[in-house]
Write a protein that binds this ligand. Structure first.
Ligand code: FEO
Length: 167
């Protein structure tokens, strides 16, 4: 496996853990705001990010690599309301999409066909992730200022069943 592809995949393991960290931090924030539905949605999202990290980790192991893992940056802790938190989550997903696209470009450059198959899964997954977080952000903006509508949305998000979209 080309050194650059390996290093970028290792970095992506860290990026996915950072996403998990970020959503777990947001989950704690929503618990504190008495919005348990948003909190459990964020917790489920955090768990999904750990699965993403492990998928990359396992891929490296399968290719005979002992992954050298990067450090994980401290996530934000305070958010200026639900809209701000979801705006950050959406921006975060857009950033991850860019990271995955750069990784894919690298795998093309080095003709790593095996990595391309894995990364195609991530490319599709990012489409879903952006659609999901962006959709909730738009609905939050719609109900801004209405506590009763926010509580309805909270109940809806609380009914999220584990992982809603395909793995
Ligand atoms: Fe694993 Fe939400 O990107």
């Amino acid at each position: 496996m080309h050194e650059d592809v390996r290093a970028a995949l290792e970095q992506q393991v860290g990026n996915e853990f950072h996403a998990a960290h970020t959503y777990l931090s947001m989950s704690g924030y929503f618990e504190k705001q008495n919005l348990p539905g948003f909190a459990s949605w964020m917790r489920a999202q955090s768990e999904e990010e750990i699965e993403h990290a492990m998928k990359l980790f396992d891929f490296l192991v399968d290719r005979g690599v002992a992954p050298e893992l990067p450090g994980i940056a401290k996530p934000h802790h305070a958010f200026d309301g639900p809209v701000a938190a979801f705006a950050e989550a959406f921006a975060h997903e857009q950033g991850v999409t860019q990271q995955i696209h750069r990784l894919y470009e690298l795998s093309l450059e080095h003709k790593d066909y095996t990595a391309q198959v894995l990364l195609q899964w991530f490319i599709s997954e990012q489409l879903e992730e952006e659609k999901l977080t962006g959709g909730i952000l738009e609905r939050l903006k719609m109900v801004e200022g209405s506590k009763s509508a926010l509580l309805i949305l909270d109940a809806e998000l609380g009914s999220r069943q584990g992982d809603e979209h395909a793995h």
